[in-house]
Design a protein around this ligand. Structure first.
Ligand code: PEP
Ligand code: MG
Length: 588
């Protein structure tokens, strides 16, 4: 039966495919398609993993049998029996075979997919004892996965399923159909590893529109919905679903009529994108001759290629923290960072690259384990520059790496989340110190322009101080909104109150742009607001001439720029920000 689930729109477009439910804790297993010729070998990998775990349990049983009843409680013996039984379970074995043979999933993916299928059945059981066996099953699968990691075959590059036409979808039900990923939650780092993955769309239960998971999903440029609350509970493995990334809706088990309607919308969207690509080489100049800089936000050095392809004239925000995440605490050393920044700089072929120092914390934990940390309020805790200043050796390592990369092209150094004069002082002296260290070592480095992010209202209220020390400012609207309105950007429960057009937010944005313009200093917006074409005219009217966004958003924003006349937008923008209800003036 068809039903829909409402969430928050994150990335535009329509995706139609079969649901792949991924447990949040296992989102980090590899997801790729295998060659048909490797089916038997892949099944063998799972079998070998399972046999190894069975042997391990047999060995444990043996040692348990040699213990006295005091050391070997009855529960332990019973538990081992249950684990053995689950390992032999026909549903697990045949299900895994099915996903490998019929869908060509790699072994780990097949195993976790089948785990989700069986776990769901456990959830629905009435008997509490049986329901609780789900945890045992998860443990057993975890052990097989761990074993397989040690003996895993080299991962072949993922192949993207070819997008089928609507007609194909209705007729065909075999391996080659698009897949959409449904998960309760995904960390930004997990989301990033899906960058070149097999999935045609994403839905998560939790997350706000500007949570970092949503931001990475947007950078993948495939339809995505977050904050869909119980989506992962309502959808079953392999259900047909439609993801409407424009409306933030997921439709499950669509009827033929609904499928046809969305198939039409999907084609319309594709045509619109193709039409926009014609603007790629057109300079972003308004009707009244104002030059506008459209820059890219990137997460990894390799994203530079996409930025160039989209026609970006530089990188306005390289979120360097993605180099630090998911490494179980072992942070990248100076050489590794230098090479990464250098790749980004060289990838941009002489165009400027703004590298932001690490912004770890809040919804961007270093690792999964850090997520359960003790901070009660991580968005207000040890995050971004606070984290860096707390560990000067780590910060100096990053600063040296960035300064060295600046020898290979134009680099701007951007500092996130500053609020205090003391933080500015410490940061600047550490930058000087990093230069001195490189001088002492005789290592070459290049000049950088220094920028600060305006993300905390306190910063937006002391612009003169910031402009005394920095060459340019970059407005991080995602956080500026979060901290001005006291709305957790990652919490879908308050997502309706997260408002870029709140008069207080607009006042801070407008004042920052005006002050920088008055002092002849550079200013850009690099939060999600910059990539939302419905805000382009307002920001132009407020005097902004530099926007940084996901490469996928550049052409839509450019289209708005080309249609704008800033001399007319200026008085209108003042009316918008002076209104009690800017949204209504904007839409009028
Ligand atoms: C912002 O806060 O607007 C920003 C660009 O930084 P991030 O989204 O990484 O917090
Ligand atoms: Mg921020």
């Amino acid at each position: 039966m068809t039903f829909s689930v409402q969430g928050l729109p994150v990335a535009r477009g329509i995706a139609i495919g079969r649901a792949v439910l991924v447990a949040s804790s296992r989102a980090d297993v590899a997801h790729y398609f295998i060659e048909p010729a490797n089916v038997d070998a892949e099944i063998e990998r799972v079998r070998a993993g399972r046999n190894a775990v069975v042997d391990e349990i047999h060995r444990l049983q043996q040692s348990v049998s040699q213990m006295g009843p005091k050391d070997a409680p009855h529960e332990l013996t019973a538990l081992l029996d249950v684990h053995l039984m689950l390992l032999q379970d026909e549903m697990l074995v045949s299900g895994v075979k099915h996903w490998i043979t019929n869908r060509l999933y790699n072994a780990e993916w097949a195993l976790t997919t089948q785990l989700e299928v069986i776990a769901r059945q456990f959830d629905e059981m009435e008997d509490e004892y049986l329901r609780e066996r789900k945890a045992d099953l998860e443990q057993v699968v975890e052990r097989i996965l761990r074993y397989m990691k040690g003996v895993a075959l080299p991962i072949t590059p993922p192949t993207t399923p070819h997008r089928k036409t609507q007609q194909d979808l209705l007729l065909d039900d075999t391996v080659d159909v698009p897949l959409v990923l449904i998960a309760h939650d995904l960390s930004p780092a997990d989301m990033l590893q899906f960058k070149q993955s097999v999935f045609a769309g994403f839905v998560t239960d939790v997350g706000g529109k500007t949570s970092h998971t949503a931001i990475v999903a947007r950078s993948l440029d495939i339809p995505a919905v977050v904050g869909a609350r119980s989506a992962s509970q309502l959808v079953r493995q392999d259900d047909w679903v439609i993801i409407d990334g424009d409306a933030g809706v997921m439709i499950v088990d669509p009827s033929a009529i609904i499928l046809a309607e969305y198939g039409f919308k999907q084609r319309q969207g594709q045509l619109e994108r193709e039409r926009l690509t014609r603007l790629r080489h057109t300079p972003a100049i308004t009707m009244d001759g104002q030059k506008v800089e459209l820059l890219a936000n990137i997460e990894m050095p390799e994203d530079a290629a996409g930025a160039i392809k989209a026609g970006a004239v530089g990188v306005g925000l390289f979120r360097s923290e993605f180099l630090f995440m998911g490494r179980t605490g072992k942070l990248p050393d100076e050489e590794e960072q230098y090479q990464a920044y250098r790749r980004a700089v060289e990838g941009m072929r002489g165009l400027p690259v703004t590298i932001r120092t690490v912004d770890i914390g809040a919804d961007k934990p270093l690792d999964k384990s850090q997520k359960d940390g003790t901070s009660l309020n991580p968005a207000l805790g040890l995050r971004a520059i606070r984290w860096s200043l707390n560990d000067p050796a780590m910060f100096l390592t990053q600063l040296r790496a960035i300064l060295r990369a600046a020898a290979h092209g134009q680099v701007n150094l951007l500092i996130p989340m500053l609020a205090h004069a003391s933080e500015i002082r410490q940061t600047l002296s550490l930058i000087d110190f990093a230069r001195a260290e490189l001088d002492n070592r005789g290592v070459p480095y290049g000049p950088v322009k220094l920028g600060a992010m305006i993300e905390i209202p306190a910063a937006a209220l002391m612009l003169k101080l910031f402009l005394k020390h920095f060459d340019f400012l970059s407005i991080g609207t995602n956080d500026l909104i979060q901290y001005t309105l006291a709305i957790d950007r990652a919490d879908e429960a308050v997502a309706h109150l997260y408002d870029p057009l709140h008069p207080a937010v607009l006042r801070l944005v407008a004042d920052t742009i005006a002050e920088c313009n008055a002092q002849g200093k550079g200013v850009s917006v690099c939060g999600e607001m910059a990539g939302d074409a419905s805000h382009t005219r307002l920001l132009l009217g407020l005097g902004l001439r530099s926007f940084s966004m996901h490469p996928a958003q550049i052409l839509a924003v450019k289209q708005e720029v080309l249609r704008s006349d800033t001399s007319r937008l200026q008085p209108w923008a003042q009316r918008v920000i002076e209104s009690d209800d800017p949204a209504s003036v904007l839409s009028a």
